[in-house]
Design a binder for this molecule. Structure first.
Ligand code: KE4
Length: 429
């Protein structure tokens, strides 16, 4: 019998799945090489089909904050799945998860459960447009809000410009309503409002950018976005698909004490199963069908199995667990900084809670323009050296890494020793 082999599996997958993967970043295109096909995962580790073990810092791009196959989640899933997998009818479980989200998130009065972060962001922008009667919205260069047409827009020639589609299939008409600004540059936002004072329905922002690497808001950036929205009658949407229940128990909404009109969630609230949610102020959410005219629907929205994984995950995310994650993150940041300082490496690191990034540039990182100064070749070499040492980092400089509650300081110290070896090779030339 032929031994399982990621290279052969990728060839076979590519015959029937575009690029052999069901989400582009998994194909390792930016770091090159063959992605390990994963067989199983447990706790802090994932295991590929060839039996190699890796300590995981991708954690399914955020959902696995409790590590893989956490006891309470798995046993709850085993119980609930025996009662059926989907009914297309309301269940009490959906109320429980919605109540848990509302209890944790200061700006959320109500939520609607959907099946992905993309559905959540698409729907939130639709609510903002429906509630204001306005068409345009502002997003930030380097921020990612899923693959909805209006979000797949790259900056044009400047920071303040009408977007141009960065994917075929996104129409210029659609792109024309997407306005682009630069993260942490409040002037780039106020200029757009001055240019379109009555046409902007909302700002959608990752409160901590995670899709250009981890880049925190600086100089009360979020508070200033709130002020501009109030001044011009636009809604502030916090896209917390990645930061929600990750950077704090109440997400970035709580961490930065910024009032949002609408928020988007995903990842952690599904514990690794397909889920998303959008929510916010009652006066907006009550306009969503069937209580209002703004339409949104989904066959599997609020699915009892996915909702159960979310409920059990949030149950285990107690204030004590967040304190533990913060301590782990501090340990990581201090130890990484020691290596950078000792060797005077041209590296910049960011951390917010258990979201981390190491940028291959000595430049201060405030926005996507700064991230683009990174030495991608050095990052890629580092990535592969770490993979060879059994450390599974995000396969792109433009992604964040995620710690999990099952990682210990000892585990992280071992990883950091491997990091020191790898960086020595990378910078030796
Ligand atoms: P999904 O549709 O992939 O569930 O969520 C889209 C989304 C929305 N908003 C934010 C802030 C997000 O980070 C995401 C998805 N994140 C990426 C990781 N950078 C998912 C990984 C992937 O695309 O495979």
């Amino acid at each position: 019998m032929e031994l399982p082999n990621s290279t052969k599996l990728l060839e076979r997958a590519a015959q029937v799945i575009p690029g052999g993967v069901n989400s582009p970043v998994r194909a390792f295109k930016s770091v090159e090489g063959t992605p390990p096909f994963i067989d199983r995962a447990e706790g802090a580790y994932i295991y590929d089909v060839e039996g190699n073990r890796y300590i995981d810092f991708v954690n399914s791009w955020g959902p696995m904050i409790l590590g893989h196959a956490p006891e309470g989640v798995i046993s709850a899933l085993q119980k609930v799945i025996s009662k059926g997998t989907s009914f297309g009818a309301p269940t009490e479980l959906e109320i429980v998860l919605a109540e848990m989200i509302v209890e944790r998130v200061p700006s959320a009065d109500m939520v609607r459960l959907v099946n992905s972060g993309t559905e959540a962001t698409m729907s939130a922008v639709r609510v903002a447009r429906g509630a204001t009667g306005r068409n345009k919205f502002i997003k930030f260069d380097g921020c990612y809000h899923g693959h909805g047409d209006s979000f797949l827009i790259a900056a044009g020639s400047g920071a303040m410009t009408l977007g141009i589609p960065n994917s075929p299939g996104v129409t210029p008409a659609n792109a024309a309503d997407t306005l682009l600004a630069q993260f942490n540059d409040i002037e780039s936002v106020s200029s757009l409002f001055k240019e379109h004072p009555e046409d902007i329905a909302c700002i959608i922002v990752e409160p901590v950018a995670g899709n250009m690497g981890c880049v925190p808001p600086l100089d009360n950036f979020l508070g200033k976005l709130r002020e501009l929205c109030d001044q011009y009658g636009a809604l502030l949407i916090l896209d917390e698909v990645m930061t929600g229940f990750r950077v704090a128990r109440g997400g970035a909404n709580e961490l930065y004490q910024v009032e949002a009109d609408l928020l988007c969630f995903g990842k952690v609230i599904g514990g690794g199963l397909p889920i998303g949610a959008y929510g916010g102020k009652r006066k907006y959410m009550e306009q969503v069908a069937p209580s209002g005219p703004i339409y949104q629907a989904g066959t599997l929205s609020g699915n009892p199995v996915a909702v159960t994984a979310g409920i059990e995950t949030l149950k285990q995310l107690t204030p004590e667990v967040y304190a533990q994650l913060e301590e782990l993150g501090q340990h990581w940041q201090e130890e990484v900084q020691k290596i950078i300082d000792k060797n005077n490496y041209p590296l910049t690191q960011h951390r917010v809670g258990s979201m981390v990034s190491l940028f291959f540039t000595s430049q201060a990182i405030r926005s996507f323009a700064d991230v683009k100064t990174c030495d991608i070749n050095k990052f890629n070499r580092f990535f592969h050296l770490m993979l060879e040492k059994g450390v599974y980092l995000a396969p792109s400089q433009y992604e964040a890494g995620f710690l999990s509650t099952v990682q210990s300081k000892e585990m992280l110290s071992e990883v950091i020793a491997k990091m020191e070896e790898s960086l020595a090779e990378v910078f030796a030339g």
